[in-house]
Ligand binder design. Structure first.
Ligand code: ADP
Ligand code: MG
Length: 701
């Protein structure tokens, strides 16, 4: 809000006072007038019309019905005692039920009269039902108290209700606040934007989102406020990006040279996919402009991000720069090292692995080669950004599995040179587009959205406990064919003991079913010491064991092509993105791979959707969308510091189109007027400054 008045502490609002202010702050984080105005209704109760009994569906919100009462009776004893009444219109009968206040209600009901019923309908034995409806006698021609509007319903809490701040109480406060301040809610979008997107005025939108006269008004108000919210968030993100590109010059990779060409024409063992080519082009363009690249590379597991990273690094090397890859764990760093060594072969470029376990002597050699510039690619974990590590001329940093590296760690890398290196962040956790535009709105985003040709899609099935024997049989067949199998048990922090027990019980069952000496099993869980874990993993990697029983510690990045079956126990306890990550451990070799999701017979609504989704699709982006629909953007990993959670009215699961419009508009505005200096953008400049007061470059990044 671009006016001091809206920052007034909430205790000063008429009807609030100190004790109510206290609960408003604690329960709803409402500190001032603005916060309260932005406590939008979470739904509206439709009193604009009467529904017919036959129109009533399960899952409907509150509805209003006009019906004639035919009978009433009190049945049951003591705790099962209830009042049941029947009412009908010309389309059917609805049953009304009361469990409380029975005596009093019973006296009020007069069979034969027509009532306005209002409540949340349900179904019982295929019959429409309403528990504890609000009722009033219908008087034809007279205006009903329910007065035909959309009534706002506000989130409240038990605690707030003790202070008479239930939905109705909040409604009263907000109505008062609007009356007092609406005239000071100033427009913050210029006319040319409002006209182009047909946006309602700001003041009327605040009024109408709280107290709409009809659905149309409500839609217009919502659209306007969502647009405004997303627009200013994008304005901030893209402005940060603009500032960053102004502040940081970038190394220029002028030409593609011998290293790249030699690799491309003589070493690359396969043809690149179109997606891989497109992303390489994007990176190529980025690194020619003299501006620091900050690019996020999203691609499903197995989509071939490593090769793209390697080829980008070769371009850097062609231009006389060094490069490095940071991985979140030693195992993954090691894997990258092996992969890259085998892709480039001997005597081509200098590649080294630097992890915590590299002995001092070898470490010294690496440091030396970094400083004199002979080392081309350094691969490792955070050890790469220790201050001791000095590069001669670091030109490109690849960060794998970005979730584990914070912004601060990234910034640390930038300081190693005067011109910061280009940054390519790779993530195998696809996130929905809307989330990407918001979480990484200040980065450029590349997407690899196809798998290399000839991959056999992983076949996924969902088995119940009753099918366990079938699963064992299947496992034996696959092992007989020489394949290896993962069996994964859930690991949830709150009940680590229980999970370990699950794992141990599971292992025992597996050991009985797959006895020595014919079968060998590796066991990996969080309680093992790193060395023990490594030993067990290695046995599996080398093919000495056929089955690896594990908790989710194997989730990230492990690549064992011969492992072609993933079994997830208690699959209903895993989140969608976790299941997708786990499944991505298989399907890496030439063989047909399988994923078996084991679950209890009893599944929650969401649990069933998760498992069905996994069976239905292998597409990580599709899965990410559904994950967001189920859990909401706020619960997706990584959203915490992204501004997603500050959204009060826009919803990233449904407002994709508005977000895209807003972002495009911001891009267009900055292209023409990066300083927001044009007269028609004055109003934007002011609003932006007011919103981001006190935000300096240091705080952004
Ligand atoms: P991720 O994106 O999960 O990091 P990787 O880069 O590890 O995927 O690639 C997975 C596997 O696919 C590797 O064995 C890699 O060599 C192979 N690969 C990558 N690109 C292609 C391609 N265009 N055609 C065939 N195989 C490819
Ligand atoms: Mg990878």
């Amino acid at each position: 809000m671009n006016n001091q008045q809206f920052q007034t502490p909430i205790e000063y609002l008429k009807g609030v006072g100190l004790s109510r202010a206290d609960v408003l702050k604690k329960e709803l984080q409402i500190y001032n007038f603005e916060d309260l105005l932005k406590h939008f209704p979470y739904k509206y109760i439709d009193r604009t019309r009467f529904y017919k009994v036959r129109e009533i569906q399960p899952d409907m919100p509150y509805v209003q019905v006009l019906a004639r009462l035919t009978q009433k009776e009190i049945i049951g004893e003591k705790r099962t005692k209830r009042l049941i009444a029947q009412a009908h219109d010309d389309t059917g009968t609805i049953e009304l039920v009361w469990f409380q206040g029975i005596k009093w209600v019973e006296k009020m009901l007069v069979p034969g009269k027509v009532y306005v019923l209002f409540g949340k309908p349900g179904f019982f034995n295929n019959k429409a039902q309403m528990a504890h409806p609000e009722m009033e006698l219908y008087i034809p021609g007279a205006q009903q108290k329910g007065n035909l509007t959309l009534q706002p319903a506000y989130n409240s809490t038990e605690k707030l209700k003790q202070f008479t701040l239930d939905s109705k109480g909040l409604q009263k406060l907000i109505a008062g606040l609007l009356e007092q301040t609406a005239k000071d809610i100033h427009e913050n979008l210029p006319d040319y934007i409002r006209n182009r997107y047909k946006l309602a005025g700001r003041q009327e939108s605040y009024r109408n989102i709280h107290f709409p006269n009809d659905a149309n008004q409500l839609n217009e108000a919502r659209y306007r406020l969502k647009f405004e919210e997303l627009f200013f968030l994008q304005l901030k993100l893209l402005r940060n990006k603009l500032l960053r590109t102004q502040k940081f010059k970038g190394n220029i990779f002028e030409s593609v040279g011998d290293y790249f060409n030699e690799f491309y024409h003589h070493k690359l063992p396969f043809a690149l996919t179109n997606s891989q080519k497109r992303v390489l082009k994007e990176i190529r363009l980025d690194t020619q402009r003299g501006v620091q690249m900050n690019r996020l590379l999203q691609g499903d597991v197995g989509s071939g991000k490593t090769v793209v990273a390697l080829m980008s690094m070769l371009i850097a090397i062609d231009n006389g720069f060094q490069t490095c890859i940071m991985a979140p764990t030693e195992i993954l760093a090691n894997q990258h090292y092996q992969t890259i060594k085998s892709l480039v072969g001997e005597g081509f470029i200098e590649v080294a692995l630097l992890t915590g376990s590299v002995p001092n002597k070898a470490r010294k050699v690496i440091h030396q080669k970094l400083e004199d510039g002979t080392l081309n690619i350094l691969i490792g974990t955070h050890a790469l950004i220790e201050d001791k590590v000095q590069y001669k001329n670091l030109g490109l940093v690849v960060i794998d599995e970005q979730h584990r590296f914070g912004v601060e760690q990234r910034a640390k890398l930038w300081r190693k040179n005067i011109i910061p290196p280009h940054i390519l962040v790779m993530t195998a956790t696809p996130i929905p587009r809307t989330l990407a535009m918001t979480m990484y709105g200040d980065l450029d985003i590349s997407v690899i959205d196809e798998l290399p040709a000839g991959r056999k899609p992983i076949q996924t099935v969902h088995f119940y406990e009753a099918q366990r024997l079938r699963m064992f049989g299947f496992m034996k067949d696959e092992i007989a064919k020489g394949r290896q199998i993962y069996v994964v048990y859930p690991l949830i922090k709150e009940s680590e003991k229980l999970d370990l027990k699950n794992l141990m019980d599971g292992t025992e069952i597996m050991s009985r079913e797959f006895p020595l000496p014919k079968y060998r099993i590796s066991i990996v869980h969080g309680k093992l010491k790193p060395a023990e874990k490594e030993f067990e993993m290695q046995r599996f990697v080398k093919g000495e064991t056929q089955i690896m029983v594990a908790t989710t510690v194997i989730e990230v990045g492990v690549n064992i092509p011969n492992a072609s079956v993933m079994i997830v126990e208690n699959a209903e306890r895993f989140g969608l993105s976790q299941l997708h990550q786990l499944r991505g451990r298989v399907g890496r070799g030439a063989e047909q791979s399988f994923c078996i999701l084991m679950s209890n017979e009893k599944l929650s609504h969401d649990g069933r959707i998760r498992l069905n989704t996994m069976v239905k699709t292998n597409n990580g982006f599709e899965i990410a969308e559904i994950d967001m629909q189920l859990r909401g953007p706020g619960n997706i990993e990584g959203t915490q510091q992204s501004g997603v959670l500050d959204l009060k009215v826009a919803d990233l699961t449904t407002d994709q189109e508005i977000l895209q419009q807003a972002r495009n508009l911001v891009i267009e505005i900055f292209e023409k007027d990066p300083q927001l200096a044009a007269p028609e953008n004055q109003i934007l400049n002011l609003a932006f400054q007011a919103k981001n007061a006190g935000l300096s470059w240091d705080k952004i990044s």
